[in-house]
Write a new protein. Sequence first.
Length: 250
Amino acid sequence: MPELLPLEMIPLDAIGLLILTAAFTSFITAAVGIGGGVLLLAVMASLVPPAALIPVHGLVQFGSNGGRAWLTRRHCDWSLVGGFALGALVGAVLAYFIVVQLPLQWIQLAVAGFILFLVWGPKPKQMDLGPKGRILFGGLTTLVSMFVGATGPLVASVVYRQSADKLAVSATFASCMSVQHLLKLLVFSVAGFAFWQWLPLVLLMIGAGFVGTWLGLKVLNRLPVKLFSQLFKLVITLLALRLLWQGLAA
């Protein structure tokens, strides 16, 4: 009897749930700015084998963020993304060669605290990271992502402080996360993960996510800037508190 592929181990109803969740979470991220990736990861954790969870989630998120970045490319801060990408590449290389012996809960607590400060702390009238700051931002968040897993809230909190424009925040965040997920996929590919076994499901989830993104952007265009800012801060704060709880519980 031939050995089952990993995808064949997932029931058909679970596959349907994953596809619908991909659409719903992409809608949330496009409309509110953030939050869908963490929710998708939570759902996938109960349906996808642990060894495949992070790489498959990363591939789906790369498709989702990439689609959103393409649809909103006219509003993107490409100078920020360019510096971030350069730093992210350096951070990924460093993470590949360096093993940091830090307890995971320490990192979770530090990241959660930093996010809360960035979102709710005093915000200067004008804040520009500058070329060096953008490179450092990309490098540090990518390095941290190798230990924390998902740095979306951290990246979003910094991007949020760079612009008050809702479309610019959404577009720049999507582009930065696309870069980070792409680097993560390269690392897993080098490690030998068989992405081809999951391509049918991933492509369906990415397609559903693109539809969710398109609908979410329609909602985003209708959201008043003040309401978007309030929703964004609320969601990102809840994600930071979740990370804080995980660190304290550990």
